[in-house]
Design a protein around this ligand. Structure first.
Ligand SMILES: Cc1cc2nc3c(=O)[nH]c(=O)nc-3n(C[C@H](O)[C@H](O)[C@H](O)COP(=O)(O)OP(=O)(O)OC[C@H]3O[C@@H](n4cnc5c(N)ncnc54)[C@H](O)[C@@H]3O)c2cc1C
Length: 376
């Protein structure tokens, strides 16, 4: 008998859908509320590392992910010179095991659609365009009031509602999310044939410029600069700014720049970070994914960490028959240090860039690859 019979998951991102799918497959009644009316409406691309792919395989969606994404096993390093000279080709670690690619680029909306479809298939009750307005718990359950005026009572509530988690706020947890000092321009567009892997250009007028193929016909490209207020720019001005910043980068960037024509596909956001000290639960409400820990995407591990939280939480809830302190202690042991180590490493990489310090990047990357190669 699982430790819980019915669970409410708040948030339909990677952490939320992952938890919901695993629990529903094990026979737990799961409702998932998602504030957006359509999780697959918008978004850029995402780089999924092998350990994320391992969890997606465990969720039963590998065939769909493989069909929609673009796999590769090497990352290129290019110079910000007139030829975009390749200065290194670094094999990526296959952290998900030898049967999975090292890295896969995916359009975010496709990934969201695949996970939501899988959730529906295994019996998750999906309530889109819905949030909660009140949470109150006693020793035996959590009472929840919803935005559509309905109410429910659950054995457990999982707050997987992202970096600005309402669930975290409802629990009265005051966690400071800080800016890392960098901002990222991202654009989603057509893939030039020459782009078959991620290439990173270090230096030039920005910290990093790069791109990742996300499918036969698509890619996302990005430029990382010092964080600044870009909020007043119109979509056309954003497009012009990103285009201007990209002029220092060549090779495939020349073609990517040519294709930069739609301001609505350009997005600017700051890198932020936080780690909630353990424990991540308050009674029968637990926070996972970005709600508990968030990092700049310098090693593209945020999605993997969210999926790993989901699988570990679901595994403990299914394998144990009581929702007690021992279960929460086991969750902390398996998740806290691992997620914090990844956040710290991601922040360190950003800080070296900000300080213009030549840190020992290979050794840091190796240590994260060793860590994430071990199943969560
Ligand atoms: C610029 C940038 C680039 C990134 N690139 C990568 C990358 O390449 N690879 C990678 O692995 N990670 C990347 N990340 C990190 C990654 O996106 C996150 O770590 C991951 O999406 C976290 O998943 P999550 O499910 O915890 O949260 P989210 O993906 O944020 O999902 C939370 C969900 O909850 C919903 N929600 C919010 N509030 C409520 C509410 N009150 N009620 C109901 N629903 C609610 C939201 O609509 C959303 O669907 C990047 C992050 C940033 C900022």
């Amino acid at each position: 008998m699982p430790a819980v019979n019915n669970v409410l998951v708040v948030g339909g991102g990677l952490a939320g859908t992952g938890t919901a799918i695993h629990l529903a497959k094990a026979g737990v009644a799961v409702e998932l509320i998602e504030i957006k009316p359509d999780v697959a409406a918008l978004g850029s691309g995402i780089t999924l590392q092998g350990n994320a792919l391992r969890e997606l395989k465990a969720l039963g969606v590998w065939d769909h992910v493989q069909g929609a994404g673009y796999a590769f096993d090497v990352t290129g390093i290019r110079a910000p010179d007139p030829n975009g000279t390749v200065v290194a080709e670094i094999p990526d670690a296959r952290t998900g095991g030898p049967d999975l690619p090292a890295v896969m680029g995916m359009p975010r909306p496709e990934l969201a659609r695949i996970l939501v479809d899988r959730a529906t298939e295994v019996g998750v009750k999906l309530r889109l365009g819905t949030t909660f307005t009140e949470l109150s718990q006693d020793d035996d359950g959590v009472d929840v009031a919803f935005s559509d005026t309905s109410t429910g009572r659950y054995d457990l509530v999982v707050g997987a509602d992202g970096v600005r988690s309402w669930t975290r706020r409802a629990l009265g947890i005051d966690l400071e999310t800080t800016s890392v000092g960098m901002g990222i321009w991202r654009v989603f567009g057509p893939r030039p044939y020459s782009v078959t892997r991620t290439d990173l250009y270090y230096g030039g007028p920005s910290f990093i410029a790069g791109y990742c193929p996300t499918g036969e016909d698509s890619l996302y490209a990005y430029i990382v600069e010092a964080a600044q207020d870009r909020s007043t720019l119109s979509p056309d001005e954003q497009l012009a700014t990103m285009k201007e910043l990209s002029r220092a980068y060549h090779g495939p960037w020349d073609e990517i720049r040519e294709n930069l024509t739609d301001g609505s596909r350009v997005n600017y956001t700051w890198f932020e970070t936080h780690v909630l000290p353990a424990p991540w639960n308050r009674g029968r409400v637990v926070l996972i994914g970005d709600a508990a820990h968030t990092c700049p995407p310098t090693i593209a591990q945020g999605g993997a960490m969210a999926l790993e939280d989901a699988v570990v939480l679901a595994e403990l809830l299914v394998d144990r028959d009581t929702l007690d302190q021992e279960l929460w202690n086991a969750f902390t042991v398996r998740r806290f240090e691992r997620a914090k180590t990844v956040v710290d490493a991601s922040n360190q990489l950003a800080q070296w860039q900000l300080d213009h310090v030549q840190g020992d990047i290979p050794s840091l990357m190796r240590s994260i690859a060793v860590l994430t190669s071990q199943p969560a």
